[in-house]
Write a protein that binds this ligand. Sequence first.
Ligand code: AMP
Ligand code: MG
Length: 713
Amino acid sequence: MRFDHIAILDWSAAGRPRRGKDSIWLGLAGPQGVTAENLPTRATAEARLNALVAEALAAGERLLIGADLSFGFPRGFAPALTGAAEALSVWAWLAARLEDGADNANNHRALAALANATFPGEGPFWGNAARAEVPGLPRRKPALPANLSEFRETDHACRAPGVTPSPVWQLAGAGAVGAQNLTGLPVLQRLRTRFGGAVSVWPFEAPDAPVVLAEVYLSMLSAEVRALCHENPAMVTDEAQVRLLAQALMALSRQDALAPLFAPDQPPALLAEEGWTLGAGQQMALRAALPATRTPPRLRNDCFAMPQGVDWVPVDEALDRLRAALHPVTALQTLPTAQAAGRILATDCTARRSNPPRPNAAVDGYGFAHAATGAGPQRLPLVAGRAAAGQPYAGAVPQGAAIRILTGAILPGGVDTVVLEEDTALDGAAVLFDGPVKPGANTRNAGEDVAEGALALPAGHRLRAPDLALLSALGIAEVDVYRPLRVGVLSTGDEIIPSPATPAAPHQIWDANRPMLLALARGWGCEAVDLGHVRDDAARIGKRLSEGAAKADVILTSGGASAGDEDHVSALLRARGTLSSWRIAVKPGRPLALALWEGTPVFGLPGNPVAALVCALVFARPALSLMAGGGWQQAQGFTVPAAFSKNKKPGRREFLRARLNAEGAAEVFKSEGSGRISGLSWATGLVELPDGALEVTPGTPVRFFPYAAFGLV
Ligand code: AMP
Ligand code: MG
């Protein structure tokens, strides 16, 4: 089964012309690609649909129109309303009665009230956002008439974590769809009558006419929709939804893979009465048909350029420049919350439900209505039964009575206060305690922790173990996260032996930087990509950088980054990449080479392990965090007294290997020699001395940054 064009319709029951969010959108996929149109009124939308059908028929092409409407109603509704257990008879009933003006003014509420009159009791339709009362249409949810259920079979099949279809009976309120059905189905009914056998409505009719109408559910692609909106902040959700669903169905059509979607394993009578959502139960096939929704934007080739004539750059300016040059470069993915530890949130997480969802007991004890108690000895007769966590008490507790209640139990009706078990006595039939007890004592309010809809965690937050507890408690089953940033690490130098497992001659040294930088990257939540070691040979370094650019989002090199004869990395980056040597006024650390190699940023760190670590912590760490989606991470230090003396000269910011002594003062490593690798392990952090001159004596306040402040674990 193939179609030449797919049209996806997102409907609106608005009472006035409307554009943008929550208005009518039409997504179109075909040979020309994917487009979307925003239609301000139902009349313009109907005209557009007519034109699309007419064009397809004239061209001898097939068109699938997917409409985000419930084509049918829960079992029992159609026969009660029309005498026939068929959804299409409801379509005819609605089309004969709906009045809808060119300005969107319409009578759908009166129509719902008319349908309600067929049923005993108040419903099934409910909800009225208008000011005027509509006789026969309750504002609040009534009890459903017997034999009518809230949902259709297909609604259950459409459920997914975080995705819950709204009941067809609800006409108003957040996410309500009922009014859309009442105003939309008549339009589709007229399409059928206008074009006769050229249009078939699935699943009521075989999907083999030139034009097929089918019900779709736009929230099926919600993860992909979020990603697309994230990439295009100006795009409204509705537009992203119709575009992506049209695109996914078109892709399946091209692969000739649509047939299974049109073959749900359901009884024909159920399909005829309730309808079926195209793709229900097969959401993954639809999602998988979409290409990656986000190609991360590339960095600009000149992003690291330094203005001419700049000699030494102060550390703060270098950091500002780096921050301005970079942005997140990794793609989004959706993960089950439980598997997302260590990942960075790409979108805000909002509470799906309040925590706690209902008022409940904070202790084991006895619950009662505070109003019936006072000062002095209290005696409240106990009702039979109890309220426990997970075992709510069904009845209400009369004023003046009490109920046994356990921690976490929802407060039964009539209970607003709990007295602690230890403060009570029992006399067999009643609980005794001394008043007064504070109103609401030992209870927790609904939402007192987090209210439904409140921001739980913001985009950019890196998820830690406690965050998984919070998200789970708030019903957030899936999160949008960034794919881990891939950090390639390459060592260079003729003197370097890649592994201490191999013997080294006296003129050779073992590679100390690579294991250090790989472990650092891993600790930062990145995916560390070992690019090995290469000799000081431009051709080999270039080849390895190209391999790295394909495998990693960013590359850290060490060694050969200065401007001397043997500084092959910077020579190569200057010749073939877009090198900018940043002469940063920092000690330890020589110039930091920053370049793009085939579009991938390269941080050329000094070879000296002490300088390599300091530059990695001070410059690479915030930059990598920004690229990974976690925002610029400014290390948080604190001021402590110095336990050392030093006459610091002006000109360069200095970082000293340091640790706190028993008094909480910072002592520094005995040697500032940048070859002293042992000092890195001796230290628990760095002392930062300012750019200007400073005479440090014991007691002078200095800034100490524990290693942990740089995310070093
Ligand atoms: P370079 O930046 O290449 O001039 O190197 C500066 C110093 O760091 C030299 O003494 C190198 O031998 C040393 N060095 C360079 N790379 C490494 C490495 N991967 N491990 C340990 N020391 C290194
Ligand atoms: Mg070297």
